[in-house]
Design a protein around this ligand. Sequence first.
Ligand SMILES: *Cc1c(COP(=O)(O)O)cnc(C)c1O
Length: 393
Amino acid sequence: MTSSVRPLLNRRLAEFGTTIFAEMSALALRTGSINLGQGFPDTDGPEEVREAAVRALRDGRGNQYPPGPGVPELRLAVAAHQERRYGLTYDPDTEVLVTAGATEAIAAALLALLEPGDEVVALEPYYDSYAACIAMAGARRVPVTLRPDGGRFRLDLDELRAAVTDRTRLLLINTPHNPTGTVLTREELAAVAELAVERDLLVVTDEVYEHLVFDGAEHVPLATFPGMRERTVTISSAGKTYSFTGWKVGWVTAPPALVTAVRSAKQFLTYVASGPFQYAVAEALALPDSYYADFRADMQAKRDLLASGLKEAGFEVFTSAGTYFITTDIRPLGESDGFAFCRALPERAGVVAIPNAVFYDHKDAGAPYVRFAFCKRAEVLQEAADRLRRLAP
Ligand SMILES: *Cc1c(COP(=O)(O)O)cnc(C)c1O
């Protein structure tokens, strides 16, 4: 009926009609495969944090609309975390905003800060919500492709520089980087910062994997570089750090004018969310350093378990220096089309993965790469690794 008049989905969103995650999760279910597609843990976070949420619910804290900027306890805890870990001071009243996960923070930041026609330079491959939110804002994305180099995906600083034009409004950065597992080096970050300052750009930086960096590496927030604090919207969330992805508690730290702008959009998206969970996350943020060290060591062991299985199966495995994910190259297996490979993998090996091409505008550049999530129990990863070995020539 409507199709003869015009498509239902508007032009800005038409290209985002279906998500690969739905297709691949359905495929996993249908074939009884191990789902290493979507990135969520198969075990919950710390018991004391879960209990803190129960206590908040029982005590009637957060069961009604929490304050628009977030409950004061959580804003204080976020500010204290930024200060303790990175030496970044933010005023909990004017420089911290609680959101419905990092997802809402990204959407609100882009909707608030972009005019139609503005250009956004983003690292490709990118987290799927970036492209959609840039499109909803009527802006244009300008991808800078991360390319394999020496076992990791590297940011080409000349390409980044060349991507900035007079229409560029902001840089959208993600480190540690999903899906490649790259952690931008201090040199790369310094160059991003210099460029932002030189061209007077805003920076939105998605740092949800800030606590998931491996092999003794260190996460360095972009806001710590000279001239950056004043122009940077830093986004993080509790989902990945505390293994409660269903709670959807995220936050923004930025100077007052930027927080005010982001809040202007945020108030008309969810207004507020996750009341009792906000109190629980405030307690989580105060967990001792040992929690983070144990969490990191545990995830690193999972990474190693899956990586060795993938190597034995014949994949080229890129170093995952952070995040939940390993990106592989399927060409050593005699394959070149990640989509076809992932559609066939459940039948061939009983495992589901995601073709990285879905995270690219330059589909060809992403074609041979496939992403596996390792945020699963060791026995699940072991079974997946055993199954994948069947692919070995
Ligand atoms: C998971 C993820 C998010 C979303 O975080 P939520 O807090 O669950 O909304 C944002 N960015 C990246 C890179 C992610 O991997």
